[in-house]
Design a protein around this ligand. Structure first.
Ligand code: NDP
Length: 284
């Protein structure tokens, strides 16, 4: 994949990776899902996002089976810790369990899945310890709004946060008002989850939208590819679409080649305007 995103430490990651929520949960579709993930990796979507929460570890197990025998250094593995496990009592065990399920000895990125009761200072100290122990390469957060990021920045070590993973798609642009500008100013890349609005489940009619269809036709592309191209358009965003189908994985990887013109972005702005005031962070 030609287009990549720079993390603050200089590491390059593909602008489109692969999500895994709901994967690995049904026995009869696991082979198909593994084939999809494998095809995606072969096409350059080497960043894989998972979490201890997904299928109570079954998504991590699926990732582990998929990457077995692959060159680990070519992969960028992301997992997430539950908020209630994100303190010194549980995080080390949680991280070890994720590593075991994935059959690897380190994570490239470990995220706090959302804010919970554990003080941020404690989570950050634990994350830094995990780095020192070689269990993770870097850490980040998820579902953090601007005030959460500001609080994180006031905590010792908080500025080492590598990414913020939040919901972002064409029909949910609330973060463009203040969170995204804040992240740009502080050089925190965005990891966009639900970039396909869960195949339109989060916004009925999205895949049938005429403006998106027209833009897709111009690029001889699919609407899904326009959605991904929109999400990653600024060069500082990593989108993590999820699919259990090889043909969709190939489409998602190829979306990195779709570059929207100013005119097309203006068409999208008219159809799906970004809010002109603060809205609360969209969460699924
Ligand atoms: P997505 O927006 O990625 O949508 C997934 C849906 O889109 C599936 O139904 C999939 O079906 C379909 N799809 C995928 N590719 C295509 C395609 N090319 N054409 C048509 N349909 C397609 O939703 P997710 O909720 O899965 O979000 C993506 C990832 O983000 C998650 O898997 C997870 O890793 C992460 N996430 C993180 C959260 C957090 O709190 N940090 C919350 C939610 C998600 P099919 O399998 O049939 O292709």
């Amino acid at each position: 994949m030609a287009r990549q995103v720079h993390l603050a430490d200089g590491t390059l990651v593909p602008c489109i990776g692969q999500g895994t929520w709901f994967l690995g949960e049904r026995k009869d579709s696991q082979v198909r899902e593994q084939e999809a993930l494998t095809a995606g990796i072969q096409e350059g979507m080497t960043l894989i996002d998972t979490a201890e929460m997904y299928g109570s570890g079954r998504a991590e197990l699926l990732v582990g089976r998929t990457i077995k025998g692959m060159d680990r250094s070519r992969l960028f593995l992301v997992s997430k810790v539950y908020p209630h496990n994100a303190g010194r009592k549980n995080i080390f065990k949680s991280c070890m369990s994720s590593l075991e399920r994935m059959g690897t000895d380190y994570l490239d990125l470990y995220l706090l899945h959302w804010r919970g009761g554990v003080p941020l200072s404690e989570t950050v100290a634990c994350m830094e310890k995990l780095i020192k122990e070689g269990k993770i390469r870097r850490w980040g957060v998820s579902n953090f709004d601007t005030d959460d990021m500001e609080e994180l920045w006031s905590v010792p070590g908080g500025k080492n946060c590598a990414v913020n993973q939040v919901l972002y798609h064409v029909a949910s642009r609330g973060i463009e008002y203040d969170l995204l500008p804040w992240m740009r100013a502080h050089k925190v890349p965005l990891m966009a989850y639900c970039p396909l609005a869960q195949a339109g489940d989060l916004r009925r009619g999205l895949f049938e939208n005429q403006v998106l269809r027209q833009i897709a036709d111009r690029h001889k592309a699919e609407v899904s590819q326009v959605l991904l191209a929109f999400a990653v358009r600024d060069g500082n965003t990593i989108a993590i679409p999820r699919t259990g189908r090889k043909e969709h994985a190939l489409e998602n990887a190829a979306a990195a080649e779709v570059v929207l013109t100013e005119e097309e972005l203006a068409m999208i702005d008219r159809e799906f305007p970004a809010p002109a005031r603060k809205v609360h962070l969209d969460i699924v």
